[in-house]
Ligand binder design. Sequence first.
Ligand SMILES: C[S@@+](CC[C@H](N)C(=O)[O-])C[C@H]1O[C@@H](n2cnc3c(N)ncnc32)[C@H](O)[C@@H]1O
Length: 222
Amino acid sequence: MNNKPHIIVEPTADGSATLFVKELDEHYHSVKGAITESQHIYRDSAFLHRSDGTPIRLLEVGFGTGLNAVVTAMVADEQHPVHYISLEKYPLEAQLLTTLAHDAIVDPTLLRAIHDSQWNTPIPITPYFTIEKRISDYLVDPLPQSIDVVYFDAFAPDKQPEMWTPKAFARLYDCLNIGAVLTTYCAKGEIRRLLSSLGLTVERLSGPKNGKREILRATREK
Ligand SMILES: C[S@@+](CC[C@H](N)C(=O)[O-])C[C@H]1O[C@@H](n2cnc3c(N)ncnc32)[C@H](O)[C@@H]1O
């Protein structure tokens, strides 16, 4: 993908909009439902599953539209405090984020605060949700350490295979605390085996309603 890809806004089946990248022939979210995917795969199956009242350090691979971030911010509270670090190599233009109209389906004040927050520094959005958006190449730049939750939301393996290699996952594994969980929408056998080969315990979970049949959750048990 070059720095100025051709990106258009498209509706998804649950009424929330996503983006389509023509050069990659790829969407930012499931066409079966963008917000449904964020809530089920990332918020519920990873963050709320792992959250135990202690502050969570969360790493998102691919900030994109910020939908996963705001969906998480909306449930962050005294019982679920989180430092949310999100990596993005190609930040989207503000105009595109406005056209998506995600402010109609999430807390608009939180969404705006997340979108307006400065890059490359931690910014407290609420007492329980701090965002740290990093303009960063996941494959090259140093990764944050001591991570409890990973939202692995890269473009699909057939569209961006370099994000899904054994080498890249081995580097990610080294950032994980014991007990850390990673979820992703991709349940391919090849990815499942790769995560297992690193020593992670991998579960296949049901996908979002009306969406993908299965998703993956990988846990670092030791
Ligand atoms: C499926 S989208 C993420 C959707 C996002 N989580 C959301 O809630 O809107 C994948 C994202 O990964 C980003 N990306 C691609 N290559 C990357 C890299 N090497 N490092 C960091 N981000 C990358 C893309 O620009 C895109 O925003």
